[in-house]
Design a protein. Structure first.
Length: 363
């Protein structure tokens, strides 16, 4: 073992912006152009812990707790069901836990008032956030769970598209990175107009433009046949019909800050040139080795295998302690193995060789 020095371990932060694309077509949603993220996960949904995504419906794992005086339960367990359970009885939950993008049109007055302070807080970015723009206006609320974007939605990355028979007919972007969604393609009279806003940290889109954004694109964009509008954008919420020739596409980038620990593992000259691996001893020469939890003792008659290659047939070279490093173990202060790094191929280590293995660990 060798202890890290102060300058051999350091931590930094890597900011990533994973791209997300969700297609809405014919009453279905498709996350990153995939039909499903696994078994038991609905189309367009994301599994929180990736549990049961590779299991059949009859072989699912599930969480459970026992009813006791502490009153612990699952949030999805109703008060009536909890009261009906006897003390000590097992209460089961379900996996997987999933999230999906939802739509509310028209947005309720209660939800509007709940966002009043949040909207007015961002008016320094754009006057489009002013609550008065939504108070008396029919608003389409698109809710994006944080599992889709992480910490926040990256400014300037949001793009809304409308397709009809596979052809782009309208598009809007937050091209100013200020939260205002501006139509950049489609009906000429709407080009350059603000059609809604993005709440980057909260994961909401508020769309207020109720004017047709394309001509000749008749379909069931909402409950009845008509022209597409931005207030119809998102998952279909009608009871019978759904767009057959038309589709919506939502694209954005999330933000995740990943702490990264970098460790410089040094194997200097005359270090790590001996091994406890049984292959380090010449076959048939080893006396019985004795090992226990805190020590290892090799038999006194053991001969170390000379692995130095000779350039002569049946010749032998002078012995030199040589090891081949294939794994690097990381231990805590109590000498508990907590991580193993493997090399792509074994690295030959001679007495005069010096190596530094750079190990990066995402936390």
């Amino acid at each position: 073992m060798k202890k890290f020095s102060e300058n051999q371990v350091f931590t930094n932060f890597l900011k990533t912006h994973p791209r997300v694309r969700v297609d809405f077509h014919s009453g279905n949603a498709f996350y990153n152009e995939n039909v499903k993220q696994g078994n038991n996960v609905d189309s367009g949904s994301v599994s929180l812990y990736q549990i049961n995504v590779d299991r059949d419906s009859g072989n699912l794992v599930f969480p459970f707790i026992n009813k006791d005086a502490a009153g612990n339960s699952f949030t999805v367990t109703t008060n009536a069901a909890y009261s009906a359970a006897n003390p000590g009885e097992t209460i089961n939950g379900t996996y997987p836990l999933t999230s999906s993008i939802t739509r509310q049109y028209e947005m309720s007055d209660t939800n509007k008032r709940a966002l009043k302070n949040t909207l007015n807080h961002y008016t320094n970015l754009s006057p489009a956030y002013n609550y008065s723009n939504y108070e008396l206006t029919g608003t389409n609320l698109i809710s994006i769970p944080s599992i889709f974007y992480g910490e926040t939605i990256k400014k300037g990355s949001v793009k809304l598209s409308c397709f009809y028979t596979g052809t782009l007919v309208a598009q809007a972007k937050d091209q100013g990175s200020n939260g205002a969604l501006i139509q950049t393609f489609g009906t000429a009279s709407l080009s350059g107009t603000i059609i809604g806003t993005v709440l980057y940290n909260e994961g909401f889109l508020l769309l207020t433009s109720s004017l047709p954004i394309a001509t000749g694109a008749l379909d069931f964009w909402d409950a009845s046949s008509g022209q597409p509008k931005w207030t119809f954008f998102g998952p279909f919420t009608g009871s019978s019909n759904a767009p057959d020739s038309g589709s919506w596409v939502l694209e954005f980038e999330g933000t995740n800050t990943v702490p990264v620990m970098t460790m410089m593992c040094e194997a200097g000259t005359n270090e790590f040139n001996f091994s406890n691996n049984p292959t380090f001893i010449t076959s048939g020469s080893a006396d019985s080795a004795v090992s226990a939890k805190d020590f290892y003792s090799q038999g006194s008659g053991s001969l170390i295998k000379n692995t130095v290659k000779s350039y002569f047939v049946s010749g032998s070279e002078q012995y030199e302690p040589v090891t081949y490093i294939s794994k690097v173990g990381i231990y805590d202060e109590d000498k508990n193995l907590i991580a193993i790094a493997k090399t792509a191929r074994p690295v030959r280590k001679r007495t005069n060789d010096s190596y530094v293995f750079k190990i990066k660990l995402d936390l």
